[in-house]
Ligand binder design. Structure first.
Ligand SMILES: Cc1cc2nc3c(=O)[nH]c(=O)nc-3n(C[C@H](O)[C@H](O)[C@H](O)COP(=O)(O)O)c2cc1C
Length: 179
């Protein structure tokens, strides 16, 4: 199974990106997780640039979504909202086919950010019928250095939570929402 793990942070030492990379390390061999953490390179969305004018970088991003069996998103909250880069990426998907029915689940690298989570849940529930709102796991990684994140996520209780998250999401993908 192929999962696309999208980080809402463009920060080099991002805790959200590190969380998604750690997920890849604890996942079963038959689950391949590709982490995307360069949403800042996508041009700003405009309906004028859809169709034949879609920029190559956006085409690549949409193709990754199409080819994935499911999408995991981990994002910081910026000023009580979804970071601009992540919202921009979702805006590029809205009028296409790639995101419709695509299984999506959220994981979260902070004990805060409830406003962003509420807004992102509303957006995802709008753009895909495959949003699994109940599949969610939260880790308090805010302000941690990469070393501290590695140490925290390496603790057996957190490794177990990450494995359980992947198991629940991959099982849900194998058994669509309507069943
Ligand atoms: C510009 C900016 C705005 C932020 N606004 C909020 C906020 O409204 N609420 C919150 O809980 N954290 C806020 N934060 C903190 C980030 O959400 C938090 O540090 C997050 O863990 C960073 O994720 P990252 O390590 O993946 O980059 C803000 C950070 C920045 C840089």
């Amino acid at each position: 199974m192929k999962l696309l793990a999208i980080s809402g942070s463009a920060r080099a030492a991002s805790t959200n990106t590190a969380l998604l990379q750690a997920l890849g390390k604890v996942s079963p061999q038959d689950v391949d997780i590709e982490v995307v953490h360069d949403l800042h390179l996508l041009p700003v969305f405009s309906p004028d640039l859809e169709g034949v004018k879609t920029p190559p970088k956006v085409r690549d991003f949409i193709a990754k979504i199409e080819q994935a069996d499911g999408v995991i998103i981990s994002s910081p909250e910026y000023v009580h909202a979804i970071p601009g880069g992540l919202k921009n990426a979702i805006d590029w998907l809205v009028s296409g086919e790639a995101i419709i029915d695509k299984p999506v689940a959220l994981i979260h690298g902070s004990h805060r950010g409830d406003d962003m989570l509420a807004s992102l849940r509303l957006v995802l529930g709008t753009v895909t019928s495959g949003f699994h709102q109940q599949i969610f796991q939260q880790f308090p990684l805010i302000s941690m250095s990469p070393e501290e994140v590695r140490e925290t996520l390496g603790q057996p209780e957190n490794t177990d939570l990450m494995r359980a998250f992947i198991a629940e999401f991959t099982a849900a993908i194998s058994k669509p929402l309507s069943q």
